[in-house]
Design a protein around this ligand. Structure first.
Ligand code: UDP
Ligand code: MG
Length: 311
């Protein structure tokens, strides 16, 4: 078989109902492009029939390749493992749940061929819950402010990357990451296009509220130390304000006399500041925890077996 020109990368975790419909739409699109391609699925420790279904497809689809994880290491690790195994000039990531229409792939590839090295996407008429959309809006704005990047939609995983960017990503060894942001740091000439978005095919979102929060911490602390700097700044401002307040109390004592009441007001103010301090410790802890994870140097993911790759 020829060396692939396009690599399609799909992470799958408990997606048994979506794999057949996805392949039925993806294959005609890829065959229609008339270039050699490969489709790499990573089974991220699924507990349903995902792995069995993918293995069943292997003999029928010569372009299909499969990475089998030893457990659930998360969407971003699943994509990274496939990046390492990919060999196409153009690498395109896609969700397995049919939220990203495979029909958009030729448009993404065309942007790379025009000379862009990262093609980001903006989901038109995004089909997610109101809560998810609002949360994403806040994340997009704050992340852009904190990292200095300019991306309209961090969450959309239907994206295309040039081989050079993939090679750079493959050199990174961080254990927690957020791939669109990581790619953006290596992009010399990125662009963004609008793509369609559909409701999830079968099953449910794999992101609980807790996992979403974790993921956003990965994004915020993994790509910026601005939160720490803001905190230091806040400390300086608070100190200045308290000096002003002490001066005010001193002058007040000379003019009106000592104040006695207001004990509970004091509590309210105190609780407010204690809250800020605990938040600050937590924030520092986030960074320390991440440093700890990195220095342990444990494997980021464990591959049990791979199928369909040439030795
Ligand atoms: N996914 C994965 N491992 C995980 C969670 C998700 O490989 O631990 C895959 C999932 O199968 C899907 C993609 O990542 O292909 C996006 O997940 P999902 O649709 O649940 O996220 P959402 O669209 O709700 O953000
Ligand atoms: Mg989805």
């Amino acid at each position: 078989m020829e060396k692939p020109y396009i690599s399609i990368v799909v992470p799958a975790y408990n997606e048994e109902g979506n794999l057949k419909p996805l392949m039925e739409r993806l294959l005609p699109v890829m065959r229609g492009m008339g270039k050699p391609f490969e489709i790499i699925f990573t089974d991220d420790g699924s507990r349903d029939r995902t792995l069995a279904i993918l293995k069943g497809m292997l003999p029928e689809v010569p372009e299909l390749k499969l990475i089998e994880f030893n457990g659930n290491f998360g969407q971003h690790m699943a994509i990274l493992a496939a990046f390492e195994k990919s060999s196409g000039e153009i690498v395109i990531t896609l969700d397995a749940d049919l939220q990203n229409p495979p029909e958009e792939i030729p448009r993404l590839a065309a942007e790379i061929e025009k000379g862009h090295d990262v093609v980001g996407t903006i989901r038109l008429k995004r089909q997610d819950t109101f809560f998810r959309k609002t949360a994403s809006r806040i994340v997009n704005i704050t992340t852009n402010k904190m990292t200095g990047m300019k991306m309209s939609d961090y969450g959309c995983m239907l994206r295309a990357y040039h081989r050079d960017v993939i090679d750079n990503i493959n050199h990174c060894q961080e254990t927690t990451t957020f791939i669109p942001a990581l790619a953006q740091t290596f992009a010399a000439n990125p662009t963004e296009i609008e793509v369609g978005h559909a409701e999830r095919g079968e099953g449910e979102s794999k992101y609980s509220l807790y996992r979403l929060i974790r993921l956003n911490f990965d994004l915020m602390t993994g790509f910026s130390v601005v939160p720490l700097q803001l905190f230091a700044l806040m400390g300086i401002l608070t100190s200045l304000a308290s000096v002003g307040f002490a001066l005010f109390l001193m002058i007040r004592r000379f003019i009106i006399g000592a104040e006695v009441e207001g004990v509970f007001t004091l509590f309210a103010i105190l609780f407010f500041f204690v809250g800020i301090v605990i938040f600050g410790i937590g924030l520092v802890g986030e960074y320390v925890g991440r440093i700890y994870q990195e220095v342990r140097k444990r494997p980021r993911y464990v591959v049990r077996r791979v199928h369909g790759f040439k030795r």
